[in-house]
Design a protein around this ligand. Structure first.
Ligand SMILES: Nc1ncnc2c1ncn2[C@@H]1O[C@H](COP(=O)(O)OP(=O)(O)O)[C@@H](O)[C@H]1O
Ligand SMILES: [Mg+2]
Ligand SMILES: [Zn+2]
Length: 385
């Protein structure tokens, strides 16, 4: 394993940040629209990218900014990535060009307005437009938020704003006055499948995939995928640490990252399947307290998914312990299996789309699911006539 020494490990999340639109995973509708707009050179004067962390907001903001500025785009609408304007953006050297990166949560957050004020009326010298990317727009002070909307009120053809926020639409702190004047884009958590593909792709590009032990490729990587809970950034960070620390076995990964362990989640799954209500509710309560109920849903949805097919290869897998547990259920108690699959699927969808699902809420949903499974079990035990 001496090829996996730390000097071979670059900062994955930066090195592998997509520089063409198609490489942004899991935000297909947004990507498609951005490419179309890029071809037509028709970007809204203000866009709001909203959604959970690590799902590609900053990445797409860079791409959109480059698409607005670059004069050498390809026929699909991708920025060239090579010209000075593109380089400044992708290398994050914003002081040089006409793309400005500001942060609503930094210590100088109230200077954001002044900075825009000073720039917005000047002629853009190094590009066709001024593009302002503002991270964490919801973190601006109330006064700054109030004065910000004046920039949006009188849009100029030379100015674009790309506003980013992690605040979800429920308890949103992006004021309505800003929301009303932006095109909103909602980013989704990334599915296990897309996270797994991306991690494998990174390992292949780093030249590491072929050298990795089978246990990592078969089990370890999935544990990482799963515990990243839909954030590609988090997944990539875990991956990088696993490579540097040489954590390749399930045990090493569980121990080092304090992940919810595969065996303990399988144990709970077994309780749910076998109707051990009392034990299960104790387990669920413990998971709720440790904030692990959400992790559990992600892991179990992944087991179910893998039971049907291997994420990487598309082949059916049946050698893992989760598959033998689920395989038995599938053939012996089809109604329970169906209920479990349906229930976990809908809870995990909810978790995926609502960025702030609490562990308490999820454990309530799991109790409901357990009751449905109990009903289904009765159906299964009635002999077919
Ligand atoms: N949708 C995505 N497709 C491909 N890579 C992604 C995606 N989202 C995040 N990443 C990876 O994670 C890193 C951080 O993503 P970023 O765009 O900064 O997330 P956000 O701004 O939503 O928190 C990127 O550099 C990239 O490597
Ligand atoms: Mg970001
Ligand atoms: Zn370019």
């Amino acid at each position: 394993m001496n090829n996996l020494t730390p000097q071979k490990v670059t900062q994955y999340s930066l090195a592998h940040r997509p520089k063409v639109f198609e490489n942004v995973k899991g935000q297909d509708n947004i990507v498609k629209e951005m490419l179309q707009r890029s071809k037509m050179n028709k970007f809204p004067s203000a866009m709001l990218f909203q959604g959970p962390t690590g799902t590609g907001k900053t990445t797409l903001a860079f791409l959109a900014a480059a698409a607005i500025q670059c004069k050498h785009k390809d026929e699909k609408g991708n920025p060239c990535g090579e010209c000075a304007t593109c380089k400044d953006i992708f290398d994050e050297k914003f002081s040089r060009g006409c793309t400005h990166m500001l942060d609503g949560s930094s210590s100088s957050k109230d200077d954001v307005i002044d900075l825009i004020e000073q720039t917005v009326h000047t002629v853009p010298l190094h590009g066709p437009k001024h593009v302002f990317i503002i991270e964490e727009i919801d973190q601006l002070s109330t006064a700054a938020k109030n004065s910000f909307h004046k920039f949006l009120e009188k849009p100029s053809p030379y100015v674009h704003f790309i506003l980013l926020s992690m605040a979800d639409s429920g308890g949103s702190k992006v004021p309505q006055s800003i929301m009303d004047r932006c095109q909103p884009y909602y980013f989704k958590n990334i599915t296990e499948r897309d996270v797994a593909y991306t991690l494998k792709h990174i390992l292949a590009e780093e030249g590491l995939w072929d050298e990795l032990p089978a246990e990592f490729k078969k089990e370890g990587i999935f544990l990482i995928v799963n515990n990243a809970k839909g954030s590609l950034r988090r997944a990539i960070q875990f991956l990088e640490r696993a490579m540097i620390g040489e954590f390749f076995t399930v045990k090493e990964i569980e121990d080092n990252f304090k992940f919810l362990s595969e065996s303990s989640s399988l144990g709970t799954l077994k309780m749910m399947i076998e109707g051990e209500g009392k034990k299960l509710s104790n387990e669920l309560e413990a998971m709720r307290k440790e904030n692990k109920a959400v992790d559990w849903v992600f892991l179990v949805s992944f087991f179910l998914f893998r039971h049907r097919q291997n994420v990487m290869t598309g082949e059916k897998v049946d050698e893992s312990p989760s598959s033998s547990l689920l395989g038995k259920l599938y053939s012996k108690q089809p109604a329970v299996y169906k209920e479990l699959e349906k229930g976990i699927k809908s809870i995990s969808e909810e978790v995926r789309h609502g960025s702030y699902m609490t562990s308490t809420h999820v454990s309530h949903l799991l109790v409901d699911l357990y009751e449905k499974i109990e009903k289904a079990r009765k159906g299964d035990s009635v002999p077919y006539r």
